[in-house]
Write a protein that binds this ligand. Structure first.
Ligand SMILES: C[S@@+](CC[C@H](N)C(=O)[O-])C[C@H]1O[C@@H](n2cnc3c(N)ncnc32)[C@H](O)[C@@H]1O
Length: 251
């Protein structure tokens, strides 16, 4: 796969099991943290765009908080699950299949967000630059952009070497990451066992530096760029495994 190609083969077979795998993920806490970062920016959004929304879990949470929210993702399989869930729960949510680098939702929003290291999956820097420009283009003047990213430290510390092979688990898995400090890419082989099914996906993430990310946000036109050791209001540390960024599209 060339670095310039989006990862069409990841988040495909795993899509129908994604929510089960994400059960331990503290989405509710993420909602509170997102609302806190918004309040620090003094942005009071009505409308929101969930970039790289996956199966739409954050989209649903923000809808329940009373916001008008829409989402998109590169993976048609993830979007299919998001749409099915929204229909089942009778939530009027719009989900589209699109690439962050050239998405056009045909409207603007008061806030754009992207959680759970989705941008690390964009391994080509030029494509990530375009994704930041997409966020900017989809924001009303004065709007807020908030997202998180895994750091190189997380990859060095083998964040992705995880397994759950317990017989009682519905979805059993073994993930193994191969980190290359030269390319700053991690190739993660993910093997899953569900009932009689066995399948694998290859996920590739890139670690972007703090300064590098700030420069790209500025290049896209963002101002008031802030960054935090995730889930705190403190600056990133040497051992931060995740960083949250917030930025404003100037009025
Ligand atoms: C770890 S999942 C996170 C999903 C969701 N944000 C969540 O919190 O559960 C990363 C998502 O990023 C999506 N993604 C990766 N590259 C993308 C791109 N270029 N454009 C849009 N979505 C992308 C993947 O398809 C996947 O659904």
């Amino acid at each position: 796969m060339s670095l310039a190609e989006p990862q069409a083969q990841s988040f495909t077979k795993v899509a129908e099991f994604y929510d089960e795998l994400m059960r331990p993920v503290p989405y509710r806490m993420w909602v509170s943290y997102y609302l806190l970062l918004l309040s620090m920016q003094e942005v009071k959004p009505k409308s929101m765009l969930d970039m790289c929304c996956g199966t739409g879990t954050m989209t649903e949470f923000m809808f329940r908080e009373g916001f008008e929210v829409e989402g998109f993702d590169l993976s048609a399989d993830m979007i299919q699950i998001a749409r099915e869930k929204a229909e089942r729960k009778r939530m009027p949510l719009r989900f589209e299949v699109a690439d962050a680098a050239d998405v056009d939702m045909g409207r603007t929003y008061d806030s754009v967000f992207s959680f759970f290291d989705s941008f690390n999956n964009i391994t080509d820097k030029g494509q990530l630059q375009k994704a930041f420009e997409s966020a900017y283009r989809h924001l009303a003047p004065g709007g807020s952009f908030i997202f998180d990213m895994n750091t190189a430290y997380a990859f060095e510390e083998k964040l992705f070497n995880q397994q759950d092979l317990s017989k009682t688990s519905k979805v059993r898995y073994r993930w193994k990451g191969d980190w290359d400090p030269e390319t700053r890419l991690i190739h993660v082989t993910m093997k899953f066992w569900v009932g009689d099914q066995v399948f694998e996906e290859l996920h590739i993430q890139r670690a972007y530096g703090l300064e590098e990310t700030i420069d790209m946000l500025m290049e896209a036109g963002f101002k008031d760029i802030r960054f935090f050791h995730s889930y705190t209001l403190q600056p990133p540390r040497e051992k931060s495994d995740r960083i949250h960024f917030s930025a404003i599209r100037p009025k």
